[in-house]
Design a protein. Sequence first.
Lengths: 116, 110
Amino acid sequence: DAGVIQSPRHEVTEMGQEVTLRCKPISGHDYLFWYRQTMMRGLELLIYFNNNVPIDDSGMPEDRFSAKMPNASFSTLKIQPSEPRDSAVYFCASRLNQGARNTEAFFGQGTRLTVV
Amino acid sequence: SQQGEEDPQALSIQEGENATMNCSYKTSINNLQWYRQNSGRGLVHLILIRSNEREKHSGRLRVTLDTSKKSSSLLITASRAADTASYFCVRMDSSYKLIFGSGTRLLVRP
């Protein structure tokens, strides 16, 4: 397996534009997490899914942020409209929980978002 | 805040010395995990300790867990320059949420 794949790796956009970040989890994994990393706030959990269903989105900062998981192989994190303070590295991670709860998460390489 | 507390925030040691990082948390856990991150890149899993375990070893890594004190420590023995990275304590709670600590930046001087 190629691991967790995120795209794009880098995104530069203008304030007010819509941004869509994409994630392909490891095949067979039933949990998917979206994190945001900044110098000021560290790694924050934004939302996570179990079997494609959002379980906890309490970390999503504002209504401008939305996340979907239409199937087990794909998830998106959308920001509309984007603002300069959204600039951060966004990580996606997946793990297999079914039958083995004490397992690690695997992280993608992240998307570095810059909003100017 | 989602984050637990880790200390120290930064640690600088000489190659060959041991490095100890500590982590505290507030809520109950299923397990506690340690991850490593090089220069803002992806995170790599190092070791996992279950809530009913007290100590675990993996190569040069030793992790301890004290659930009565809600704390954990990561010891890296005989450190190498290549160990320079940020290290994060991550707790899995009862809802399988993975919550990161604030991290320790380790610098190993050659």
